[in-house]
Write a protein that binds this ligand. Structure first.
Ligand code: SF4
Length: 236
């Protein structure tokens, strides 16, 4: 599997290039809350919601003192306001109560597994959100699996699973060193532009020659129906 991941990564870099990374990694608390806000909405709206929250207060300590419904009003534009405000409020309050300050700096000395365990113990924080903190803020070689990464890696034949969290486990047990950021970022691009949920545009895909989905279709094998992947799109 490592070999296939390396090959997919190489072909995607040939197509899309090496994705840019910010010079300074985002603060882990900022990144975690931005990831909660990004669920089931577009980048523009989740960014606006984040700014509405962060720019109106001095720091996360001030935001922690807001009620859940005050947070909901600030992040309305990102949708799922009740659910997202609840996760944010619970996370900030638990962190303050347990660690006496709103910071995730204490995680830096821990290994990947411990950090995942710790972050997913907070209500409303799933494996995807926790793994985004690992990849983007802590610069670990961990590949978060969202709906696009889950769909594309199943189609390509890297995994054969029915949930993103199962895909996450298998991919990350077999992830070659140093590929997580480009592999994750370019698969999302592929999933948005070419390997879309319905009607993937295989004829222009850089993975056409190595993709299991394409082989199955050419051989008259399993064909996914549109709803298979619309359903998966609702799992974040
Ligand atoms: S060949 Fe088709 S199914 Fe396979 S990754 Fe490319 S677009 Fe997706």
């Amino acid at each position: 599997m490592k070999k296939k991941i390396r090959l997919v990564n190489k072909l995607l870099i040939e197509k899309y290039g090496i994705p840019l990374r910010s010079k300074v990694p985002p603060d882990p608390v900022d990144l975690l809350i931005a990831t909660i806000l990004s669920q089931n909405t577009n980048d523009k709206n989740s960014y606006k919601a984040f700014q509405n929250l962060k720019n109106n207060y001095k720091d996360w300590n001030e935001i922690e003192k807001l009620t859940r419904s005050q947070i909901e009003k600030k992040i309305k534009i990102a949708g799922l306001g009740k659910q997202k405000s609840n996760s944010i409020k619970q996370f900030l309050s638990s962190l303050k109560k347990e660690k006496h300050k709103i910071s995730l700096e204490y995680l830096r000395k821990e290994d990947d597994r411990k950090i995942l365990e710790e972050l997913t113990s907070y209500i409303g924080i799933g494996v995807k959100t926790a793994s985004c903190v690992l990849l983007f803020s802590l610069r670990r070689n961990v590949c978060p699996v969202d709906t696009h990464v889950h769909r594309t890696t199943n189609r390509i034949g890297i995994v054969k699973t029915n949930t993103p969290d199962k895909s996450f486990d298998i991919i990350n047990k077999n992830l070659p060193e140093g590929v997580a950021h480009s592999f994750h970022t370019n698969l999302i691009k592929l999933g948005r532009e070419i390997c879309r949920p319905a009607n993937p545009n295989c004829s222009i895909c850089p993975l056409l020659n190595i993709c299991e989905y394409e082989k199955k279709n050419l051989n008259g094998g399993i064909k996914y129906k549109e709803n298979d992947f619309l359903l998966l799109d609702s799992i974040k």
